[in-house]
Design a protein around this ligand. Structure first.
Ligand code: ARG
Length: 285
């Protein structure tokens, strides 16, 4: 190419954000009918804090209605008494195409959820695979295009990554989490579309950070103020990004990048250490 050719190329437009395309999604959610903070298995949980159970249900329902208003499908999983964390449906497993892996929980308090999510999978025509090692479903296993980003360090056992890879047939990229406040991958990284992610770099080990930079050179780096309101615990359809309303800095970054942020308030569910994404199990087609 000569200088003249270069000069005749249109000037790249850096002022108008890229336009983004939404695709219709299918989600599964579990109502917080039995939600409470009865034990503390992550640093966000304080058993002495009071939880407004009715408000938790209303906030959760607002999230469900937000998805419906965007045209998405929401399947409901039957909540089970005595399993107060079951509202965090993302942890129930990983469903991609015809394959489903059901969770094996790290803590005994949540172990009973696995059977409930396996029943839901079976009722929807899946034959769920059980892993030998701990895997906490989409809390730690996030599909990004044709790969799965897989967290380990606090909950999901790295050895489960190979089991999940075999079960679903997509390559996994293992990423080490190093800060207990960001104990699941979905608290520190959000997949925005097949090639775009946002993340909080300090939550990751050095190798994981290098791997993320390599795979996603355009990744959005989120500031501490947004990370500490679980702003990255967000759900994107490729255009609309449903995220905790308090993450205003991240919302501005998303808008600059051409996404449409939609803030929701899940203050009560944050007391259990989860937010938007935790409450949402995506059924990937
Ligand atoms: N209290 C739950 C736990 O500690 C919160 C789970 C949040 N879920 C998530 N996908 N990050 O297990």
């Amino acid at each position: 190419m000569t200088i003249a050719d270069v000069a005749s190329q249109p000037t790249p437009d850096t002022t108008t954000p890229r336009s983004r395309t939404a695709s219709l999604r299918r989600y599964a959610m579990t109502a917080p009918s039995y939600f409470a903070v009865e034990y503390a298995i992550n640093p966000w949980m304080d058993v002495t804090a009071s939880v407004d159970a009715d408000l938790a249900v209303r906030q959760w329902d607002e999230l469900r209605r937000t998805y419906l208003s965007l045209g998405h499908t929401v399947d409901l999983v039957e909540p089970v008494g005595g399993l107060p964390d079951m509202v965090y449906a993302a942890n129930g497993g990983l469903v991609v195409g015809d394959s489903a892996v059901v969770a094996r929980f790290a803590y005994p308090q949540r172990a009973g959820e696995a059977a409930a999510y396996a029943r839901w999978m079976a009722a929807h025509g899946f034959d769920p695979v059980h892993t030998e090692h701990v895997n906490e479903g989409q809390g730690d296993l996030l599909v990004a295009g044709s790969i799965v980003l897989a967290g380990y360090g606090f909950r999901t056992d790295r050895r489960a990554h190979d089991e999940v890879e075999r079960a679903i047939g997509l390559p996994l990229v293992s990423l080490e989490l190093v800060d207990p406040r960001f104990y699941h991958l979905d608290t520190a990284l959000a997949v925005l579309d097949d090639t775009t992610i946002a993340y909080y770099p300090p939550a990751f080990g050095d190798d994981a950070r290098a791997r993320i930079q390599d795979l996603f050179p355009d990744a959005i780096e989120v500031a501490s103020a947004d990370a500490f309101v679980l702003g990255l615990n967000a759900v994107s359809d490729g255009k609309h990004v449903v995220l905790p309303a308090a993450a205003t800095g991240f919302a501005a970054q998303l808008a600059d990048a051409g996404f449409e942020p939609i803030g929701v308030d899940l203050s009560e569910l944050l007391k259990g250490g989860g937010s938007v994404k935790c409450c949402t199990l995506e059924v990937y087609r």
